[in-house]
Design a protein around this ligand. Structure first.
Ligand SMILES: Nc1nc2c(ncn2[C@@H]2O[C@H](COP(=O)(O)OP(=O)(O)OP(=O)(O)O)[C@@H](O)[C@H]2O)c(=O)[nH]1
Ligand SMILES: [Mg+2]
Length: 577
């Protein structure tokens, strides 16, 4: 091998920057946070690979970082076991005529086996296939490889299916992969299409070895290496080192040995491999996050139509209608002509008919307490919030709610990458079953603002006064008639103008009462409309709270998860390390 090739190889293998374990740990942690944020929101099958990477990184980083696990991989007969034995200096893994020969991974550890045992347990090499390559006799000779854990793998293109499965498993765990190809099969499609192309993200921990170079003349070797490089460029691996070796001639092992010594000494391969895993995962998951999405992407218009649909479902129109009628009913019941008020009381209160209990009357002014008719409002009592008897929502109302919910979900989902959309729709619907009850409770608990205003009391008091005047007038007149009928001396009524006072009191009282009731009507109508609007406002505020709690909040939670996932993903990428 020429000095130029060695130099090129060294350059290619030199890590572009030194990775430190802490930054890698932080990136793995970010990936873990990403997975937590998207848990239950994105399809599990898209996340399985990322979970594996996180678990694998945890496990590898917890194990020996003093060791570098290097796998010799390749097709059957390429000379993996021969190279393994040649590097070890002993026949540890059988080389046979029958293909495939190696059925289970063999490991050779440079250094003490104790330190590497936990690592080999994790990698899954059987104890009987583990060997130690450092004896006191040639310790110095081998010390430059101390820390190397070399694996001889079965063939990946085996007639035995289990071999490929085992190879795939091991390739997912090792720190550096050395692909061993031979002059006959170096262009074989399987190795390029099934493996090398997929390793383009792992170029930093991939090496290609052209073994059995002793079978080629120098010119042939140059031509094969050139062709192999061309294929690797097509695979997307233009910079991976390509080394020619021969397992049968010790000097031809020098470049590969040098490369392994350097890799072992740098102790970067494990970090580089895991870093490449995290990068590849972040790239693959990249499509799951897109641009930032504001949490208030669920705009007012969508929430407003949701509140409308909820209000109809909750029976708000019926309740505000009843509020207006109840206001009139109660106002007339209190301010009307006292002798006719009783009749009105026989009619049911429109709000009570809906089982809408009202809070007790507002703070009393004390002035007229006990003098005036308490009115129906004062009988309100405090009791646990009952369910209203507002009719249950019908199919059309339910359909309108579903549509409005869908709109809210669609607005939010439109801003998110496609895989998040089903999660948003599910979240928007997640609490829908509780909505009818929540609305009923909200309506029942709404203070509709029905109070007994002072002017009702004042009017009622005035009504009593004029009625009293009419009563006195009537009594006086009746007494006058009775006295006259008994032949006693007639009463001398005082006159008001030309009309006797009792007549003025009686007729005037009646007239004033009727007039007062009549004048109160338009005032009551205006006040009733105001009461209706106030009730509508308050009910809608309560319904809005329900809509936010039952629909908008779950959607917002998804948006928050998205923001967390996005942030975690940005930190998981190596450019943030
Ligand atoms: N000429 C020559 N022959 C080699 C070289 N390396 C291996 N061989 C021969 O190639 C054959 C296969 O070698 P192995 O080392 O068993 O190949 P392997 O890749 O381990 O094969 P499997 O275990 O079946 O996957 C053996 O007959 C070796 O002697 C080499 O560098 N030069
Ligand atoms: Mg073998």
């Amino acid at each position: 091998m020429s000095g130029g090739l060695v130099a090129r190889m060294r350059d290619a293998l030199a890590p572009s920057r030194t990775l430190d374990a802490d930054s890698l740990l932080r990136r793995v942690e970010s990936l873990r946070r990403f997975l937590r944020a998207v848990d239950g929101l994105l399809p599990q099958e898209r996340l399985a690979g990322a979970h594996t990477v996180v678990e694998r990184a945890d496990a590898r980083l917890a194990l020996s970082r003093e060791h570098t696990v290097v796998a010799l991989a390749g097709s059957t007969g390429s000379g993996k076991s021969s190279l393994f034995n040649a590097l070890a200096g002993f026949v540890l893994s059988p080389v046979g005529m029958r293909r495939p020969t190696t059925g289970a991974a063999h490991a050779c550890v440079w250094g003490s086996l104790e330190g590497a045992n936990a690592l080999l347990d994790w990698v899954g090499v059987l104890p009987r296939h583990r060997f130690v390559r450092e004896s006191p006799l040639d310790g110095d000779d081998q010390s430059s490889l101390r820390g190397l854990v070399l694996l001889d793998l079965p063939d990946f293109d085996s007639v035995r299916r289990a071999h490929a499965t085992e190879v795939d498993r091991l390739l997912g765990l090792v720190d550096l992969i050395v692909w061993v190809v031979d002059p006959q099969k170096y262009a074989d499609r399987t190795v390029h299409e099934t493996y090398l192309r997929k390793l383009r993200t792992h170029a930093g921990v991939t090496v290609v070895v052209l073994n059995q170079a002793d079978r080629l003349t120098a010119d042939e070797q140059g031509a094969v290496v050139t062709d192999l490089r061309r294929l690797l460029v097509e695979d997307g691996l233009p910079d991976v080192p390509v080394v020619a070796t021969s397992a049968l001639h010790a000097p031809a092992l020098t470049p590969l040995r040098g490369l392994l010594e350097r890799t072992v000494a740098e102790r970067q391969a494990a970090l580089l491999r895991l870093s490449a895993d995290v990068d590849a995962t972040a790239d693959r998951l990249g499509e799951l996050v897109g641009p930032a999405v504001a949490e208030d992407v669920v705009d007012r218009a969508a929430v407003a139509s949701l509140v409308d649909a909820f209000a109809v479902m909750a029976g708000v129109p019926a309740v505000v209608e009843a509020t207006e009628r109840a206001y009139r009913h109660r106002a007339i019941g209190m301010t009307g002509w006292p002798l006719l008020r009783g009749l009105r009381r026989l009619r049911p209160d429109p709000l009570r008919r809906l089982h809408l209990d009202l809070p007790s009357a507002g703070p009393s002014d004390g002035l007229l307490d006990g003098l005036t008719d308490p009115g129906p409002d004062d009988t309100a009592i405090t009791r646990p919030l009952p369910a209203t008897s507002v009719p249950d929502p019908d199919a059309a109302q339910r359909a309108a709610v579903k549509l409005a919910v869908r709109q809210v979900a669609d607005r939010a989902a439109a801003a998110l990458p496609e895989p998040w959309r089903p999660g948003v729709v599910d979240a928007a619907r997640s609490r829908l079953d509780d909505v009818p009850d929540a609305l009923d409770t909200a309506v029942a608990g709404t203070d509709l603002g029905m109070r007994t205003p002072f002017w009702w009391r004042l009017t009622a008091f005035t009504q009593w006064l004029v009625t009293l005047a009419a009563g006195i007038g009537l009594g006086w007149l009746i007494t006058g008639y009775a006295i006259r009928a008994l032949g006693l001396p007639a009463l001398d009524y005082p006159d008001v103008g030309v009309t006797p006072l009792p007549t003025v009191l009686f007729l005037g009282g009646l007239l004033a009462g009727a007039l007062l009731a009549l004048l109160a009507r338009p005032v009551i109508a205006i006040a009733a409309r105001r009461a209706r609007n106030r009730a509508d406002r308050r009910l809608r505020a309560e319904v809005t709270t329900v809509a936010r709690r039952q629909v908008v909040s779950p959607v917002r939670e998804v948006l928050q998860s998205y923001a967390r996932a996005r942030e975690a993903m940005a930190l998981a990428r190596s450019d943030h390390a």
